[in-house]
Design a protein around this ligand. Sequence first.
Ligand SMILES: *[C@@H]1O[C@H](CO)[C@@H](O)[C@H](O)[C@H]1NC(C)=O
Ligand SMILES: *[C@@H]1O[C@H](CO)[C@@H](O)[C@H](O)[C@H]1NC(C)=O
Ligand SMILES: *[C@@H]1O[C@H](CO)[C@@H](O)[C@H](O)[C@H]1NC(C)=O
Length: 426
Amino acid sequence: MSSTAAIMFKECVLLVIAAALVGCCCGVEMAKILDKPGRSLTSSTLQWVDLQKGQNPPQHALLVSEGGPLWCRARQHANWISGAVVDSVCHIPFINRVFEMEEYEVLVSINESARVVPAEWDRLQAIPSRGIATSNMLLLAIAKTDEGKVLPGYVDVNKRRACLVKDGQYHEQTSAIILTEDEPVHYEVDHVVRDEEHSQLFTTEELVSNTTLINPENENQVVSDILDYTAKEIIYWGRVRGTIIGLETTVTDPSGNIRDITWGIENELDHLVQQKVEFELPAGAGVNVKLIAVMRKYEALYSAKLTAVYGDGERRPRSINGLHMHTHLTELKAHYSRPYYLSNNTEIEGEFLTSEILIHSTTTTTTTTTTVSSGGESTLAEKPQSDSLATTDAENKLQRVVTCLVSSKHHVISVSVQYPGYLLFN
Ligand SMILES: *[C@@H]1O[C@H](CO)[C@@H](O)[C@H](O)[C@H]1NC(C)=O
Ligand SMILES: *[C@@H]1O[C@H](CO)[C@@H](O)[C@H](O)[C@H]1NC(C)=O
Ligand SMILES: *[C@@H]1O[C@H](CO)[C@@H](O)[C@H](O)[C@H]1NC(C)=O
C-alpha cells in the first residue's frame, strides 16, 4: 500500500468510526421545539437518549434545577410525559397520579450546546414560542414553590394547565415556567488548528475558457483578447453535532483571514475574473488558446473554538472538531495550439510558445525555475508545499510566470520571467 493509500485508508476508518458514534445508539432522537401551536421544529442541540433503571446517565444530561434531578420522559399510552429522575427511576405526573417508569429517556444538551431559557406563563397568556416539547402538545415546564422548591412536569398546551410532581404527588396549576430553547443567530469560529499531518490535497485541471486569436495583417503582430472565466472556490467547515446547519458564520482561519460562510454546507464562492491572453502571430495566422484552471482541493480534520452568539448578545464558546475542505484555483495556464495559416489551415513550422502560466499562487518561494525534461516538456520545479496550502486571499502571493519554450525537436531552452504579484481574489 502506498503511503497515500495508507492515509486514505486511515481516514476512511476514522470516518466510519465517527459515523458509528453519531449514528449509533438506537434510542437517540432529536428533541422537538414547538415554534408556534401546530408547528414544531427539530432541535439541533437537544436530544432524548434512552436510559434504564441502574444505568449511568449520559454526559451533559439536563438538570431540572441546579444540583437537582435530571429531566426525563417516558411513554404513557401514546404520549411521552416528562418528569424527573429520582433514584434512577423516571417520575411522571399523569392523570392524577405519579408513575414510576424504569425505562425512559433523558434530555441531553449535545456538548452543552443548547441554551435553555425559562419563560413565565399563566393560562391567560399565549404559550411562549420555542417551548421544548416532550410530545405533540406537552411542553417541558417547572414551577417554583414559595419555599423555593422546583417542581418538574409539563404544560398541556390544549388544556392550558401545568401538570407537576410535588412532594411525590400529582399536582396541577394554571401557571408555570415553560422551558424554551433559544437558537443562536450567528456562529464565530476561530483558534482553528488543522491536522496538517493527515491532510490531503487533490489537484485537477479544468478548461475554463477558450478563444482563437487571429492576425489578418500582412506582418507579424501581437494579438490579444480578454477572456472571462469563473474562478471557483468552495469552502466547507463540516457538520458538527450540536450545531445548526445554515447559520451565518464568521470563520477566522489559521492565517488570520476572516470569511463569512453558511455553516454546515459547501459554500461556493465564485469570482468572475477577466484574463488577458496575447500571442505574437505571423502574418495571416491564427492560434487556438485554452485557459486551464488548476484546482486544488484541500481536506483536513480540525479543532476550533465555536462561539454561539444569541439575539440578546450572549456569547457561548465551546470546542469543536470537524472536517474542513477548501477547493480553489491555484494556477491559471494558457495552452496554445501550433499557429496555422488562415488561408489553408496548415500549421506553421517554427518555434512558438506552447503554454504559459498566467497566475500562480504560492506562499513559498518567489524563485520559480522552469526545467525541461528530456522529452521536451516543460515542468515546474516548484511543487505545492504542504505548508503553502494557499487557502485564502492573503496567502495568495500571485506571480506571473511566463514560460517560453524556445524549442525545436532536439534543442530545448527554457526561459522563466517573473512579474511581481498581482491579486486574483479580492
Ligand atoms: C470553447 O469555445 C467554444 C466556441 O467558442 C464555446 O462554445 C465553449 O463554451 C468554450 N468552452 C469553454 C469552457 O469556455
Ligand atoms: C465535544 O466537546 C469535546 C470537548 O470539548 C470536543 O473534544 C468534541 O470535539 C466536541 N464534539 C463535537 C462533535 O464537536
Ligand atoms: C498555406 O498558405 C501559406 C500562406 O498563405 C503558404 O505559405 C503555405 O505554403 C501554404 N501551405 C500549403 C500546404 O498549402
